[in-house]
Design a protein around this ligand. Structure first.
Ligand code: ATP
Ligand code: MG
Length: 334
């Protein structure tokens, strides 16, 4: 089955803002692969979001291609899905402006991610505040019915629905209200160095995240050093956040049930737990890394996939913007 207009549409994206990690994989990418044959899927490398904090231009350019190659390496099939660099479809920015005009500032100031990200900066770029409106535009421009994301994006999805609803009530039914789809396990992978904080690309520290392209010995080292607690072994009556995180990572990678995890790990000493989790993560990432290296060795292939993706989705984006312009009374020609 190929690209079709009959299936419900799905959109989601990743910022090319650093090294993709197992949180991105378990919370998002892995689930994208699973649903791509049942929906009309559009996966974005959302570079305009990445520049809400300064990115070195040379580095950014290479991260865009790396991210696209990783999409392919995890199993996104460009025959079933469209892979797009956000900035190559200018209609995203155009719609973002129109949506900005119907979005109260108070809604944006309430966003948890805005509060955290703004705290971390000396001067706060307007982009940090506006970013969820651009995200709403990314989704609404394709009339996406489902958006598979990690737990940290649930609030932005609610905002997206609020913005869509507000636009619809001001200008008439225009946008599909998208549903949020979270994975049952792996929706929120925590930092290995601090299990109270979400694992993030933009968080520094060598022991924080497991990169999808980390060599196996480095993955093992990071997991063996992960923060746990003062107990010696897994106790399901009082799981510390660090141990719970390792168990979640195992479960999300293996796909096994919660009962099975309990059976396997109850009473296991932390050293053995970490070794088992590390083996599981390495066995998931090794084939992915092999495919990644094959993909990038084929010169020009990734650019070709991105160009094809943009060509495929641009008409959809363009027609939404045209409709929005008409609804708002903006100039659409004689
Ligand atoms: P940044 O620090 O630059 O924001 P990030 O790691 O949060 O990077 P994003 O590009 O913002 O990654 O998010 C891409 C996708 O990965 C989103 O669907 C998001 O919900 C998901 N995701 C991000 N971090 C995690 C995590 N720790 N656990 C599960 N899913 C995650
Ligand atoms: Mg993020």
């Amino acid at each position: 089955m190929g690209w079709s207009n009959m299936k419900a549409r799905v959109f989601s994206g990743v910022q090319p803002s650093g090294n993709l990690h197992i949180g991105n994989y378990l919370g998002a990418l892995k689930n994208w692969v699973e649903i791509q044959s049942n929906y009309e899927c559009i996966w974005g490398i959302v570079d305009l979001h990445a520049v809400t904090v300064y990115q070195d231009p040379v580095e950014l350019r290479s991260k865009i291609l790396e991210t696209a190659a990783l999409f392919l390496a995890v199993g996104i099939d460009p025959k079933l899905s469209s892979i797009v660099a956000q900035s190559s479809v200018p209609a995203h920015s155009e719609l973002a402006w129109m949506l900005t005009c119907v979005t109260p500032v108070g809604w944006l100031e309430r966003m948890t991610q805005y509060k955290t990200k703004a705290q971390a900066q000396e001067t706060v770029g307007d982009g940090i505040l506006q970013y969820p409106v651009l995200m709403a535009a990314d989704i609404l421009i394709y009339q996406a019915a489902i958006v598979p994301v990690g737990d940290d994006q649930a609030q932005h999805l609610e905002l997206t629905r609020d913005i869509a609803q507000r636009f619809n009530s001001l200008y008439g039914e225009t946008f599909v209200l998208p549903d949020t789809s979270l994975p049952a396990v792996g929706a929120r992978v925590m930092g290995l160095d601090d299990p109270e904080k979400k694992m993030s690309k933009s968080t520094t520290g060598s022991g924080h995240a497991i990169g999808l392209l980390d060599p196996p010995d480095q993955i093992r080292k990071k997991i063996m050093r992960a923060t746990t607690d003062s107990q010696p072994a897994v106790n399901f009556d009082g799981l510390g956040a660090g141990v719970e995180n390792l168990l979640n990572i195992f479960q999300a990678c293996s796909g096994c049930t919660t009962e099975k995890v309990r059976e396997q790990f109850a009473g296991m000493r932390y050293g053995d737990l970490k070794k088992t989790v590390a083996d599981m993560v390495v066995s998931q990432l090794e084939p992915l890394q092999k495919r990644y290296h094959e993909i990038v060795s084929e010169k020009g292939y990734v650019d070709c996939v991105l160009q094809e993706g943009a060509e495929r989705v641009s008409p959809i984006a363009g027609s939404t913007v045209q409709q929005v312009k008409e609804r708002m009374g903006l100039y659409t020609g004689a």
